[in-house]
Design a protein around this ligand. Structure first.
Ligand code: PXG
Length: 447
């Protein structure tokens, strides 16, 4: 990263900012006070006004290998110059097969086939469609219900917001998918505030699935989808025993269990996938983000051999699944994915995240007692810091903390009044200290 960039973006005038409708952003606030990032390397961004900013959020939970890693950048450059695109329908290119095989080798249990998408939202909608179609091809087409969870985030497609459980992401968008129901979320300030790692309280909430089965009958339920650790809603760590009970109930009733690992995949919890961390094998896993360390958009759906095989009974020349994207298995994304897996393996980054998680946990909980904090939670290299909302203005306190931290050189992420942290897995202990010192300093100043 250069000392001070001469990037033309620095010259952006306020007028130039208007046309872009920014996603999940307070557009008017941003355009009045723009925060433009123009360069990145390792653990740092550089802003257009020349400040070095420590990345406490791995971009947006995705840059697990750190920014602009040479090996990944060069692999992308080579691929884009050699063959920038090839159709994925009735044709293939070696990179997609190679990446699928490499991923399959990392997967637990019988998970062994990979369907490529371009984002987490597409991965989720793909997984839900595969679940419905799987039951149908096996002659159980009445299994059409999908069960999500309150406070779940599964991207922004109609499938994802239907099973998702964040009111603001759902309320403006009509009737959504029919036949969807939700488990209760597992967050409880009363019973589990300031838990280190998995809370002791809350496994019984998985038994709510039994209630939904009693209500709808198992023969109508296709799948349950949960994030093993809910990320977007503010890092909600599953209570001890909770995911085990969900797995048991799904097995008992022939319901597919989908883990949405868009955030927890690729080392965030110190293992390849949360499935491995918790010792629970779902039937389907969705991933994105860390699959290319955020370098090129890509998502994927991992399914078991049983699911894949169920579709392979169709006549040999028939298309087995009427689903796919123009850019499924895009050559440049595959090149990025392969190089990213190399970097993860060569540098032992998943293991590194596991080894650092104790230091991380202590750093998170060292904030206890500071103003406004009503909960601290953590797992792997994830953390949630929940603030008491201002009675008149929910979200304002966390947003002001975000702005103050940015001013002080640390990028954090906030959702409502919760600060969510997830640094690249190359983070150093001194940088962990800097993240929490900066947040602590900000909280002392924010009213
Ligand atoms: N599932 C999960 C669990 C996610 O976290 C998606 C699906 C959707 O992925 P795409 O690639 O379509 O965005 C996500 C995405 C936040 C935040 O503030 C998190 C995400 C996206 C935007 C904001 O925590 N996660």
């Amino acid at each position: 990263m250069s000392e001070r960039s001469a990037d033309p973006l620095q010259e952006l005038s306020t007028n130039t900012l208007e046309s872009y409708w920014m996603p999940f952003t307070a557009n008017r606030q941003f355009k009045a006070h723009p925060r433009l990032l123009v360069e990145a390397e390792g653990m740092y961004y550089r802003s257009a006004d020349g400040h070095k900013i420590l990345d406490g959020t791995a971009g947006l939970w995705c840059v697990n290998a750190g920014h602009c890693r040479k090996k990944i950048v060069e692999a992308v450059q080579r691929q884009v110059a050699r063959m920038e695109y090839a159709t994925a329908f009735q044709m293939g290119h070696p990179g997609a097969f190679e990446l699928a095989a490499r991923l399959a080798a990392m997967l637990p249990g019988d998970l062994d086939h990979v369907f490529f998408t371009n984002s987490g939202s597409e991965a989720v909608d793909t997984a839900l469609k595969i679940a419905l179609a799987y039951h149908r091809v096996r002659g159980e087409g009445a299994r059409q219900r999908l069960i999500g969870r309150e406070r779940g985030y599964h991207g922004v497609g109609f499938g994802g917001i239907s099973v998702g459980g964040i009111a603001k992401n759902r309320m403006h968008f009509g009737g959504l998918l029919t036949g969807v129901d939700h488990l209760p979320h597992t967050h409880s300030l009363e019973h589990a505030a300031f838990s280190r790692g998995q809370p002791e309280w809350g496994a019984h909430l998985a038994d709510e699935l039994e209630r939904l089965v009693a209500l709808h009958d198992a023969s109508t339920i296709a799948a349950v989808i949960v994030e093993p650790v809910a990320g977007s809603a503010g890092v909600l760590v599953p209570p001890k025993g909770y995911l085990e009970r969900l797995r048991e109930s799904c097995d008992k009733y022939g319901i597919l269990l989908i883990f949405d690992e868009v955030i927890t995949g690729f080392g965030r919890l110190g293992t390849s996938f949360a499935a491995e961390r918790f010792g629970i094998v779902p039937d389907i896993i969705t991933v994105a983000k860390g699959i290319t360390s955020g370098t090129v958009p890509m998502g994927a759906v991992f399914v078991t051999k049983d699911i894949y095989d169920a579709f392979m009974d169709a006549p040999e020349n028939a298309v087995e699944l009427f689903h796919g994207y123009t850019y499924s298995g895009h050559p440049v994304a595959c090149a990025a994915g392969l190089a990213t897996l190399d970097v993860y393996a060569e540098e032992g980054l998943f293991q590194r995240a596991g080894e650092l998680s104790g230091y991380w946990e202590d750093a998170v909980h060292s904030l206890k007692g500071l103003p406004h904090i009503i909960d601290l939670r953590n797992l792997g290299l994830m953390a949630g810091i929940e603030l008491e909302p201002r009675p008149d203005k929910p979200g304002a306190r966390a947003f002001e903390t975000f702005l103050k931290c940015y001013e002080d050189g640390v990028l954090i992420r906030t959702t409502a009044d919760i600060i969510a942290l997830s640094p690249p897995l190359i983070v150093e202990k001194a940088q962990i200290d800097q993240i929490f010192d900066t947040i602590g300093g900000a909280l002392k100043q924010i009213p």
